[in-house]
Design a binder for this molecule. Structure first.
Ligand code: KG4
Ligand code: ZN
Length: 444
């Protein structure tokens, strides 16, 4: 729940990390069920925390893409229902735009522990990120560098050619047999604090390619080979069994085997150190790739903004240099990512703006805020009529009918902007799927 001046009145969140941990990744049907189970209570909680009645809302913002249709649909159906009941507009939001724009929310002060930015000699950060800015968006599904000119106007300088960094964190955490119930990224980050980042020399990806694209598949393979060599092929299995994941019967305690029972305390200590070293070294190379791409992207962005007619939006036409670098998305919650990108921003004398960690990982505030920014520009739709929203169909035998198939405007494939001419790399998803028009220019 956010007001026009960026005050966050209240928020609520439901997480599914434990479900993903149990099954070794996102299982679409289970993810959808978890959304269905949580949607009503999380909306009521957000309203209650804000002390706001639904009838006092001005509009509801909802993510319509990109993402898994069956999960997106749960949110859209709920949003339509609230909008119809209260006769208020609905604002369709792009998930990655929300990640970028939450950097413009003032929010409350961060705890000083989290506030690594202020402890350095960086230029003083503006409280919000004015346009135009360079955004590095790093999440589980996306790795992107883009120039943000104004709301809905983005030029993509580089994208993931294969795995995004969040996915690489998650897979590496599982290969190392970590407890990923609180998320693979945080588990790996925490382990890495005990390791030596220079102990393994993992290759920094795409060193020879002088563009802004990303690739983490090769690094992931290098890490897997190191794990197999130094810890054995089964290193990731022990923990999975303890968690009752995959096909294992949760109640069968005879299945339980962990490193505790397999190895002596000394051997366990040795193995834990290897794991920490691998985690730290993975993180070192992974972030070096982000640094390298971001450095190049600053140059590309500045060149782009210098071109006539390519500056910021009309209100800020005279402002043609970058105002700051924004790093957002789930991986931006990582303290080492924040620290090292701050150094890069310092090199260019640009402020670094990172949303507070809880607003880097997926959250409702970012969607509400992105909605508000679009609402101000008139990019909202009228409340749906009752006739447009059919009653749910109860069905016992077909799971796919548990969420009514209403005519919802989902955009599961939806580029955030147009690609810069220098960004020649193919984006994996655009080859295989029908792609909705870029956000840029989409007026509903
Ligand atoms: O943005 P997000 O919450 O969801 C997507 O849109 O994908 O990002 C989730 C990703 C996950 O892969 C998660 O492991 C990663 O962000 N992540 C982290 C950290 N916290 C979340 N990666 C590294 N360090 C963290 N502290
Ligand atoms: Zn996200």
């Amino acid at each position: 729940m956010v007001t026009g001046d960026g005050t966050v009145l209240g928020e609520a969140i439901a997480k599914q990390d434990e479900i993903h941990a149990k099954w070794g990744g996102v299982v679409p049907n289970l993810a959808r069920e978890a959304h269905e189970d949580a949607i009503d209570s999380v909306v009521s909680q957000a309203l209650a925390n804000a002390g706001v009645d639904a009838k006092d809302l001005s509009a509801v913002a909802v993510t319509v893409g990109p993402g898994l249709s069956m999960c997106l649909r749960v949110g859209v159906v709920k949003a339509q229902q609230v909008c119809q009941e209260n006769d208020i507009p609905i604002i369709p939001v792009h998930h990655m735009e929300a990640h970028a724009l939450v950097a413009r929310v003032r929010g409350e002060e961060e705890d000083s522990e989290d506030d690594s930015e202020t402890s350095s000699s960086a230029p003083v950060s503006p409280t919000i990120a004015p346009f135009p800015f360079l955004a590095l968006l790093v999440s589980g599904g996306h790795n992107q560098l883009l120039v943000a000119r104004s709301v809905g106007e983005y030029t993509i300088l580089g994208s993931a050619l294969d795995d995004a960094l969040g996915e690489a964190y998650d897979k590496t955490a599982r290969l190392l047999g970590l407890d990923v119930g609180g998320g693979g990224g945080p588990a790996l980050e925490s382990l890495a604090t005990n390791g030596d980042p220079k102990s393994y020399r993992f290759p920094v990806p795409l060193r020879k390619r002088k563009d802004c694209d990303f690739s983490y598949a090769g690094l992931k393979t290098a890490v897997r080979l190191a794990i197999e060599r130094d810890l054995g092929k089964d290193s990731s299995d022990a923990f999975t069994k303890v968690q009752g994941g995959g096909e294992t019967d949760e109640d069968d305690s005879s299945q339980e085997s962990s490193e505790d029972t397999l190895y002596s305390p000394e051997e366990q200590t040795r193995r834990n150190q290897i794991k920490a070293n691998i985690a730290a070294s993975f993180q070192f190379a992974a972030i070096a790739h982000l640094e390298e791409r971001t450095r190049r992207a600053v140059g590309w962005a500045r060149e782009t903004l210098m071109e006539p007619g390519n500056g910021a939006n009309s209100q800020t036409e005279d402002e043609v240099d970058l105002t700051c670098i924004v790093v957002a998305g789930g991986v931006a919650a990582n303290a080492t990512v924040r620290e090292r990108l701050l150094q890069v921003a310092n090199e260019f004398n640009l402020p670094l703006i990172t949303p507070q960690p809880k607003w880097c990982t997926d959250n409702g505030v970012m969607v509400a805020w992105a909605g508000l920014e679009r609402f101000r520009l008139g990019l909202a739709e009228e409340a749906p009529t009752a006739a447009q929203i059919q009653e749910p169909k109860a069905s016992d035998d077909d799971d796919t009918d548990r969420v009514p198939r209403r005519d919802v405007p989902l955009l599961p494939r939806w580029p955030l902007g147009v690609k810069d001419i220098r960004a020649t790399g193919d984006v994996k998803s655009s080859k295989t799927a029908r792609v909705a028009p870029p956000l840029q220019g989409v007026k509903r």
